[in-house]
Design a protein around this ligand. Structure first.
Ligand code: 8YV
Length: 338
């Protein structure tokens, strides 16, 4: 048996990234991309020192108790709401995420979804494909303008700022933002963005884009009361996380045309989608693909792999999300010695 650290790759990923990991580690991978339940994941992690995860594996106290050697979990995602960060720190387990490499790609997608929603692109395509386009009409799929309109961004991290720059500089939009903390004045100037309270932003914006991380406080941040503040002509775009929007309340608002349209890349309980949303014409639905270009998904996988490599060769994690408790980390490290 080699004395290389043992790694579990929890989902199918690019084969050459698995090959790279095999140069450094004993690797158990999942080329058939089976979705292991928590018990199956825990059983596979029982003898592993590290794990490569995506947003679909929950890392919590119960799992770490079943994996006494586990020292590091590298998430191939910038969001890490699948990690119980506090429990990981207490158990001495290092977590890492995959920031920066997806910022521009995800901001591109936010803009694409906004445009598809406001300009009714998927709705009109379905109409055309169904053979219903027989003549020109003065108001055929008349939507809302993007250029010159007011964009409201909730969550002004790296991706939010990327969307703000696209809106302000590319489309001449007035950009408003709401965030837990205000940006430094030079960043506000670069994004041409003005800070507003959430309610004022919802009342004022023509288009609202959600790009904030999921935390328990963010659950149903946009529910019936918030939707009621929005303009009847407004669009709402969510590329952040399911659960930030109350999908049932959104479906009702869309059905009753209390807002004009929505573009959703993420859903409460995904990959399930609220059945009411599926019946509505004024919502654009995509399967959590905002970061999905070939170069960006490769870069995310490579960064997760590099985090594991740097952690085990003693350089330390490249993009850590927590500071593991030292004594607990040392206890885990001694479990791994043969
Ligand atoms: C991932 C994402 O595709 O990075 C994130 O936080 O939401 C997406 O880019 C997804 O989480 C899979 O790991």
């Amino acid at each position: 048996m080699s004395n290389k650290p043992r790694i579990l790759v929890a989902r199918a990923i690019f084969p050459d990234i698995v090959d790279l990991l095999r140069q450094h580690f004993e690797v158990e991978d999942n080329p058939d991309d089976i979705l292991w339940n928590p018990a199956e994941l825990a059983a596979r992690l029982a003898d592993k020192d590290g794990a490569f995860t995506t947003g679909s594996q929950r890392i919590d106290a119960a799992l770490m108790a079943a994996a006494p050697r586990l020292r590091v979990v590298a998430n191939m995602a910038v969001g890490y709401n699948n990690f119980d960060v506090e429990a990981m720190s207490a158990a001495g387990v290092q977590g890492t995420n995959a920031p920066d490499v997806l910022t521009e790609t995800t901001a591109d997608f936010g803009f694409a979804l906004l445009m598809a929603t406001a300009r009714r692109i998927t709705e009109s395509e379905h109409y055309l494909r169904a053979g219903r386009w027989t003549e020109w009409r003065y108001d055929l799929f008349a939507g809302a303008d993007i250029h010159g309109s007011t964009l409201g961004i909730i969550g002004m991290g790296r991706i939010g700022q990327g969307i703000a720059r696209r809106g302000a500089h590319g489309f001449g939009m007035q950009v408003l933002y709401h965030n837990r903390s205000r940006l430094a004045p030079e960043l506000e100037a670069r994004c041409k963005a003005r800070y507003l309270g959430k309610q004022e932003l919802l009342r004022t914006a023509d288009h609202v884009v959600l790009v904030l991380p999921y935390t328990p406080e963010a659950r149903h941040l946009i529910a019936a009361a918030e939707l009621a503040l929005m303009k009847p002509t407004a669009t709402l775009v969510n590329i952040a996380r399911g659960g930030i929007v109350d999908d049932a309340a959104l479906a009702a608002a869309l059905r009753e045309r209390r807002i004009a349209a929505a573009g959703l890349d993420v859903f409460e309980g995904e990959p399930r989608v609220h059945p009411d949303l599926l019946t509505l014409p004024n919502v654009v639905l995509t399967p959590h693909i905002a970061s999905s270009t070939v170069p960006t998904r490769r870069a995310m996988a490579r960064l997760a792999a590099d985090n594991l490599i740097a952690f085990f060769d003693g350089r330390g994690p490249l993009t850590p999300v927590n500071t593991p408790q030292a004594r607990a980390a040392a206890a885990r490290s001694s479990q791994g010695l043969e």
